[in-house]
Design a protein around this ligand. Sequence first.
Ligand code: 13P
Ligand code: SF4
Length: 306
Amino acid sequence: MNTKTNTMKNQINQLKRAKNAVILAHYYTPDEIQNIADYVGDSFYLAKIAKQSTADLIVFCGVSFMGESAKILNPDKKVLMPDLSADCAMAHMVKPGAIEAMREKYPDLAVVCYINSTAELKCLSDVCVTSSNAVTIAKALPNQNIFFVPDRNLGSYVARQVPEKNIILNDGYCPIHAALSADQVHMEKDRHKDALILSHPECEADVLSQSDYIGSTAEMIAFVKNSPSQAFIVCTEEGIAYQLMADNPGKRFYFPQPRPCCADMKQNTLSGVLSVLEKEDLAVELNEEVRRRALLPLERMLQLAK
Ligand code: 13P
Ligand code: SF4
């Protein structure tokens, strides 16, 4: 590690202690961010940690819907992000009008909103889900008709697991996972025949259908830890490799080529974390009415996922 990086890490740690701050990071952020974070996890874990946090400052290294969810769940805290422009393209991929139209068509409709969505979209929803609890929550809802927004891939994965419900899909998608093709996965499998295929449910159905395991980032990490297999083809964003390699020094990990990379997640840098801790300037701000309404589906998720 170079001297500049070391100096920044020391400064970050000093400021963290002095200001009673905590750093949360998603598995897709750069290695050096995961390395200095107090908590690293999938979207569900990070939302729970943000809600419970007693720190004065929460530095959230992820994308905007994650920082927003932290602020919605724990409004008295200052939630800072190293780069407020780091966003998730999928979070905007449903029109409010589509939700209204669906509610008119199905009076008993439950709007199930992937946490990868803006606070405004959460306000129009009945319950939020993450990739680790979407199936459990869809099953637990009393409603027969479910409009799953914004992700068509997670939605159709849930629909296959919960065939007893009418799950209506919306055409949103993660550009990183949707770009990953079944051919690219076949090519890796040809090269590494002993490898198990792990996929995130944001991948397209033809990738999921050839996977040995499907789960959230944290679920994939837990699966690899407990698996006797020595090699894995990992169909998700490349940042997950940091934790996979840290946990399993002897195991081999391959990614479909080109390696899936979310540019927004990579906007989280050590210099950004240091700057935001020094200046406390990049705070997540939400209109109180929006925050209050968006809280309901998030709280319902925490309740139903128990
Ligand atoms: P999880 O970490 O919850 O699996 O989410 C993946 C993701 O795309 C976050 O943006
Ligand atoms: Fe959004 Fe996809 Fe990036 Fe996750 S990987 S933040 S779903 S664009």
